[in-house]
Design a protein around this ligand. Structure first.
Ligand code: DHB
Ligand code: FE
Length: 282
């Protein structure tokens, strides 16, 4: 009495694995090397680092599974009426502080911080609305959602997330914001920079063997949620970035590429961005 989903999935997995081994004439030595790579990923993984996920990501698997999942649960993301999803990645933390709209996720920014100048040059005010799209009424314009939660995180200008970098304060560049009655959110952050995925482990060594670069284009992660709606996990990508068309983990989608505008007369921000998220009623 096998588990029904396993009974469906396993014959196909085994068939494809066997076909793959036959197709490339996989030898015992090569198989052993692959086993060692996977073991090394497991040994390296802990709650701060998920090397096995990283290995999947450089093979495009997380992006593919994300796409398949979106196609199963949502017709609207396919038809372009709700905001497309993108992979979660390995650096999400659940308990980012809930902050008032208009506040900053940049903590303790003083001239003593090594990347102070770049943080000032890249300071950005990010605003937008969270909207609801109901797939039962596809022609209705999306409506604002109050009390939606916009959970955001990105790296410092040194390319490191707060938990990767002992020099950053806890929860730096992370925050959650609740939308107001008009569905609006607003916060200060930084324009994101390109950076390499962690390439000091087995996934990075493997990338180098494949002659591939480890860089991701600058991006900001979001999880946007609201009662009665499908939770959206996504990323936005800065269009200034040279890696936008060669993301090492294949997460970029056209609708997620954004353009920051120069911001005048705001001592707290040199740039602004307005971006609306459209959630699907469930
Ligand atoms: C990956 C994703 C990220 O967002 C990131 O910052 C680093 C790595 C990944 O998919 O492995
Ligand atoms: Fe990331």
């Amino acid at each position: 009495n096998a588990h029904p989903r396993l009974a469906q999935v396993m014959p196909s997995l085994v068939r494809h694995l066997h076909d793959f081994a036959r197709e490339v004439n996989l030898t015992v030595d090569e198989w052993t090397t692959a086993i060692e790579l996977i073991n090394e990923c497991g040994r390296m993984s802990n709650d701060r680092r998920n090397e096995t996920q990283l290995l999947c990501d450089i093979l495009g698997l997380e992006t593919l599974v994300d796409e398949i999942t979106a196609n199963i649960v949502s017709s609207a993301s396919v038809s372009g009426t709700s905001t497309p999803s993108a992979i979660l990645g390995p650096f999400y933390r659940h308990d980012a502080p809930l902050l008032p709209n208009g506040s900053s996720i940049v903590k303790d920014l003083t001239p003593a911080v090594p990347w102070y100048d770049q943080a000032v040059a890249d300071s950005a005010y990010i605003t937008g609305r969270v909207l609801s799209h109901n797939p039962l009424f596809p022609d209705m314009p999306p409506t604002p959602l109050r009390n939606a939660i916009v959970d955001v995180w990105h790296t410092a200008p040194n390319g490191l997330y707060e938990q990767q970098d002992p020099s950053q304060p806890d929860m730096n560049l992370r925050g959650r914001f609740a939308t107001d009655a008009q569905g609006r959110y607003a916060f200060y952050a930084l324009r994101p920079v390109a950076y390499p995925i962690p390439d000091d482990g087995p996934a990075g060594k493997f990338l180098a063997l494949l002659d591939r670069h480890p860089h991701r284009p600058g991006h900001i992660h979001f999880i946007v949620s609201a009662t009665g709606h499908r939770t959206l996990t996504t990323q936005i990508f800065d269009d200034r970035d040279e890696y936008i068309e060669k993301d090492s983990v294949f997460a970029v989608k056209d609708d997620l590429v954004v353009h920051f505008e120069p911001r005048e007369r705001d001592p707290q921000a040199k740039w602004s961005l307005n971006y609306d998220f459209v959630l699907e009623a469930a």
